[in-house]
Ligand binder design. Structure first.
Ligand SMILES: [Zn+2]
Length: 435
């Protein structure tokens, strides 16, 4: 075996048609690999005459770490000038997207690698920037450029959907008043044996914006959707009414129970104030009962149950918290019923009982909500679809937000969320042109 140092160096650098000029190792800075293109771009595209070397231009690009060290590729490019004096082409510089795209700060391979690390692996931009030895913006720009191109190229990503879920997420608090900026996740909630996936992120949570997006989908895609799953929110009900009038709307069980728990919290706080005249403190029985109250009853062991009864005896003289707790548990019981007709009878009786004037105001308010959403709620007993996958997607989004230190630009947020929770076809990454 014969060793050829030049050839070995080129093998290690691993780029097509480059000659390695040298490697510079200076303390405290990234390793610098100097290369020049061997790609023959000497011939004038305008007139076909052979060009003359005018001078050299060089760019310094962030490349993949080399043996664990941050590395820069210094790319020396020939600038050619057309030898034909009458030719309008003038001069041109060597272009090779296999090395880097024009105006890119990263080599092409580093850009694609960073997109996989951040987009697919869910690593933070900061962490990847540290590994590459460059700043946050350099990596973020590359992830957005390659990520947007990947999402656009992946035309088969959104397939036929049986049940469509809509859910809101908070993506950013803006300005000194920390005004909440909302986004809507559009989710294929999947079905038996088919996992859900995040389809799209839409800025805001107004009916208009979401309807616009749905209306822009092809009609065959819209027609086959059978169910629309929503939290009990007016705007999303309007979206389904306006844009997908044919489907059956289903109130997400998780949101129904969560709403009952919210009312239970309200009752506990009100009684706390009425009986003790102050907000909950750590020794107050009602305050101490708060977690036991919202837990599912079957999840309380004997001791937990005894504690709960004790707290309520001490802090809830008129039994109002207990009644609200009972209402919550009864609503939960709705989901243990298999038969749709039985569920309908159950909820109607429940609404009538809860609306009684003797009931605490929170329970009466719950009765109103159940009445307004009655058909949506019992539709679950036929459809059996939930926004669980929507919630799962939202949790992934929250994770991205946490590692991303919050997103200010919706565009960035959308790309990151879809790359991570939208499961695009990553095989296409090798074929795309960054935007
Ligand atoms: Zn020419």
């Amino acid at each position: 075996m014969e060793f050829n140092p030049t050839r070995m160096c080129e093998l290690l650098v691993g780029l097509p048609e480059v000659e390695v000029r040298g490697v510079l190792d200076e303390p405290g800075v990234p390793l610098r690999v100097h290369v020049e293109s061997r790609a023959d771009q000497r011939w004038c595209k305008a007139c076909g005459v052979r060009g003359r070397l005018k001078d050299w231009a060089s760019v310094e690009l962030v490349d993949l770490p080399c043996f664990g060290r941050p590395t820069r590729l210094v790319w020396h490019k020939q600038r050619w000038r057309c030898a034909e004096p009458a030719c309008p082409a003038g001069s041109w510089t060597v272009v090779d997207p296999r090395i880097a795209w024009p105006r890119a700060a990263l080599t092409d391979r580093a850009g694609r690698w960073a997109t996989v690390q951040v987009g697919r692996g869910g690593r933070s931009v900061h962490e990847v920037a540290v590994e590459l030895g460059c700043d946050w913006h350099t990596v973020n720009n590359a992830v957005i450029a390659y990520g947007e191109a990947l999402l656009a190229a992946d035309v088969d990503r959104v397939g036929a959907v049986d049940a469509l879920g809509l859910d809101e997420t908070l993506f950013f608090r803006k300005g000194p008043k920390r005004t909440k900026q909302w986004a809507t996740s559009v989710v294929d909630v999947g079905g038996p044996g088919r996992p859900g996936r995040l389809i799209e992120m839409i800025e805001g949570r107004t009916a208009t914006k979401v309807s616009e997006w749905i209306d822009a989908r092809p009609e065959p895609w819209r027609e086959v959707i059978r169910f629309g799953v929503l939290d009990m929110s007016g705007p999303y009900r309007k979206v389904f009414n306006d844009s997908l009038g044919h489907l059956t709307q289903v109130a997400d069980p998780f949101h129904v129970v969560r709403h009952a728990n919210t009312k239970l919290d309200e009752a506990r706080r009100r009684l706390q104030n009425e009986t003790l005249g102050h907000r909950g403190r750590k020794d107050d029985p009602l305050y101490r009962s708060r977690r036991l109250l919202t837990k599912g009853h079957e999840r309380l062991d004997e001791r937990g149950n005894e504690k709960l009864v004790g707290f309520l005896e001490a802090g809830d003289p008129k039994g109002e918290v207990r009644m609200t707790w009972h209402a919550k548990e009864t609503i939960r019981g709705l989901y243990a019923i298999d038969d749709p007709d039985q569920a309908a009878t159950y909820i109607d009786e429940l609404i009538a009982d809860m609306a009684e004037p003797s009931m605490p105001p929170e329970v009466q308010s719950l009765a109103g909500t159940l009445r307004r959403w009655r058909d949506h709620i019992i539709a679950w007993h036929t459809a059996r679809v939930t926004n669980g996958p929507t919630e799962a997607a939202n949790n992934l989004i929250k994770r991205i937000k946490r590692i991303g230190f919050g997103f200010r630009k919706f565009r960035h947020y959308r790309v990151r969320a879809l790359l991570y929770a939208g499961r695009p076809n990553w095989d296409l990454l090798a074929t795309i042109t960054p935007r």
